[in-house]
Design a protein around this ligand. Structure first.
Ligand SMILES: [Zn+2]
Ligand SMILES: [Zn+2]
Ligand SMILES: [Zn+2]
Length: 162
């Protein structure tokens, strides 16, 4: 990822939702691309892990200014557990629209094994927010959450407390 003004390499540390070029001090605001279901902003910066679904190297991305890793192929998201909780809280609080209706849990979703991208052990599968609406994978040892494409959007509109 290079500075659009001077071409110097940019590196985002995740501390703020902007990147300031070390060389020319120009500011780049990190915004999600239109059409991203989960409102993820792709940054052209390699992540630390590989996608647990398709084994592609993950890239650094931002979700509401929070640093995540993102798969360009399947659009899954790897996020630290505490950051996930804060993004969920903010998005659900700010959501203005019709909530989705609860749907019965799809038992098939519990059979799919997702290896943790960090420790490679099997992630825990559990329902999240609104009975049966979303099933997510997490690793309690690494404090990581894996979200398949569209799951963040579903969590936002799921019924339940806000
Ligand atoms: Zn620059
Ligand atoms: Zn993937
Ligand atoms: Zn793990």
């Amino acid at each position: 990822m290079d500075c659009q003004n001077c071409g110097a390499p940019l590196n985002w540390d995740g501390s703020r939702p902007i990147i300031i070029c070390d060389f020319c001090s120009s500011i780049r605001v990190i915004e999600a691309a239109d059409g991203s279901a989960d409102r993820v902003a792709e940054l052209d910066q390699p992540g630390d892990s590989a996608c647990p679904r398709c084994q592609e190297p993950l890239t650094v991305a931002a979700m509401d200014g929070v640093k995540v890793e993102h798969c360009r192929q399947c659009r899954g998201i790897l996020i630290e557990g505490d950051l996930f909780a804060s993004v969920v809280r903010n998005r659900r609080t700010n959501f203005r629209g019709a909530e989705s209706r609860p749907v019965p849990l799809d038992a098939e979703q519990f059979k799919v094994v997702v290896p943790c991208p960090s420790c490679h052990r099997r992630m825990e599968v559990h329902p999240y927010y609104g009975p049966g609406n979303v099933v997510i994978d997490s690793c309690s040892d690494c404090r990581l959450v894996w979200l398949d494409s569209g799951e963040m959007a579903k969590i936002e509109i799921a019924p339940g407390s806000r």
